[in-house]
Ligand binder design. Structure first.
Ligand code: SF4
Length: 231
């Protein structure tokens, strides 16, 4: 079995390709443990992989009408996933799909045959304070800009920032400056795994994005379905 726990036909809910009908492949395992993670089945409580490469090929072959395919997680470039990730990308490209990963960006990986990379740099509000993962998580955050610079130099990237509170904007701005990210690569997104949480943060993020000329992105899948697995 590959480290893949979900195959779905979806509407992309965030970022540059929001609204595009897409095929989703979810890999398990993540090197981070964000306190507000909305994919805990692939991080905090990482499930074991349950799909073979043949099953993934069947899934792709049965959906010839969809051009976009993204590999999400978990974290696709978690070191435990690299071998499987390369095999999946190679298969997907042989079907002529536009393929990209959604990744936390802390583990730069060269030589992936990707059309695009969607990165979600993490701010200090993601730290799982008081848990056994706190130290490891902080260590990755300290090193993340080095890795983000490498992604940005070698791939076509977008950078999605989850904003929880006003203080997050200055942290986000530091990363944008330090990494050398262009404004049109930035997508600001309100934090929230429920509609109530999203509603609380939406106006603040929308207003800031408009003022500073960043892209704003919704989290369509939560707006439509709430925090439901498999969406
Ligand atoms: S990087 Fe993504 S998958 Fe990993 S813990 Fe954070 S939110 Fe969850």
């Amino acid at each position: 079995m590959l480290n893949v726990i979900e195959l779905s036909r979806v509407i992309q809910g965030e970022g540059k390709f929001m609204g595009k009908p897409s095929l989703l492949i979810r890999m398990t395992n993540c090197n981070l443990h964000c306190i507000w993670c909305d994919s805990k089945q692939a991080s905090w409580n990482a499930k074991k992989g349950k799909f073979t490469l043949n099953q993934i090929e069947d899934f792709i072959a049965k959906n010839p009408d969809i051009k976009y395919l993204f590999i999400t997680g978990g974290n696709p470039t978690d070191t435990r996933n690299i071998k499987d990730l390369k095999a999946i990308i190679s298969l997907v490209k042989s079907y002529g799909k536009f393929v990209y990963i959604e990744d936390n960006g802390t583990n730069y990986t060269e030589g992936l045959y990707l059309d695009f990379v969607s990165l979600s740099p993490k701010l200090s509000g993601s730290i799982p304070v008081g848990t056994r993962f706190e130290k490891n998580h902080k260590g990755y955050l300290k090193r993340q800009n080095t890795s983000l610079k490498q992604w940005n130099s070698n791939y076509d990237c977008q950078f999605k920032f989850v904003i929880t509170e006003k203080a997050d904007f200055s942290e986000m701005e530091f990363i944008v400056r330090d990494v050398g990210i262009k404004k049109d690569q930035v997508y600001l997104m309100p934090e929230g795994t429920t509609m109530d949480e999203l509603n609380r943060n939406r106006k603040m993020v929308y207003g800031y994005a408009l003022k500073q000329a960043y892209n704003y992105t919704e989290r369509l899948h939560i707006v439509v379905y709430g925090n439901q697995e498999g969406i």
